[in-house]
Design a protein around this ligand. Sequence first.
Ligand SMILES: *Cc1c(COP(=O)(O)O)cnc(C)c1O
Length: 340
Amino acid sequence: MIDLRSDTLTRPNQAMREAMAAAEVGDDVYGEDPTIVALERRVAELLGHEAGLFCATGSLCNLLGIWLLTKPGTEVLCDAQAHIVRAEMAAHASLHGVTTRTFPSVRGRIDPDTVTSMLSIGTGPFLTETSVVEVENTHNFGGGTVQPIEALNELRQRCTAQGVSIHLDGARLANAHVASGVSFADYGSLADTVTLCLSKGLGAPVGSVLVSSAENIARARIQRKRLGGGWRQAGILAAAGLYALDHNIDRLADDHAAARSLAEAVADAAPEAVSVEDVETNIVVIGTGAKTAADVVAAARDSGLSISAVGAHQVRAVTHLDVSHDDCVQAGRILGALLA
Ligand SMILES: *Cc1c(COP(=O)(O)O)cnc(C)c1O
């Protein structure tokens, strides 16, 4: 089975497992796990922030990052396809009393005019106040879209002028960095809180890091414990994250090339199904035309390819380090034949 449902499916290789087995550990609730401390420092430095917090999931990092920047009864503005509104089980609303208002986009790409026209500031007892704008880079359901740095700069300036914070869901920020050549720190400096997933294309089995100011991260550490997310000798997992940062960033370019080849193979047989030039990173969103996404997912499975449905007539293939370039081309051929 060629499994392209997600880049979370990657398994630690032998060298990563050895790094995990050799990790020095301690009790992280006491702040005494040296491997976690090293990982948090490293990611904070990489992203140009003061401090970091290692968490079990990207969703927990988003939950804490947005919690830091909001008060109950205020709102977050985000894209209608954002992970925080579609895939986090309404955590921000149900646990932290924050509502979301969503803006439309093309493939998840931020348009500063659209976003800033929706800011709700100083509206007294009439309208919900905007605390935060949330940006996703790359954009998952948008199809691995890289946010242009110019747009992010513009958005940051306008939000700062209005006293609105920015949270960056950087689950796949490493993919954006590799595709655009923009440094992690340049992206990181344009947000108050930033997340980075180690468990996606970077290939660690578990874990994400939230970065922000030292004061914010100290608060987030308490809220994480309150939510039951304090952990103990998790340095075993942090070691996998450090290994991933050492070895698996530059190779993301291979995943991007494989995604493009996959899209080309689909387009060879079914040109309407996919726009090859829109494939910027490791995610390919494919239209299923008259067929339903569920039918295409089932038929692909019968042909030895696992993908996921992301809309009624849209499927998604995600390339990653456990699938070869040739298998990605083969996946494109299978889908092309189904959609021709
Ligand atoms: C995967 C992902 C996350 C976090 O997912 P977890 O499964 O909670 O680690 C957050 N944002 C985006 C855009 C993602 O793709």
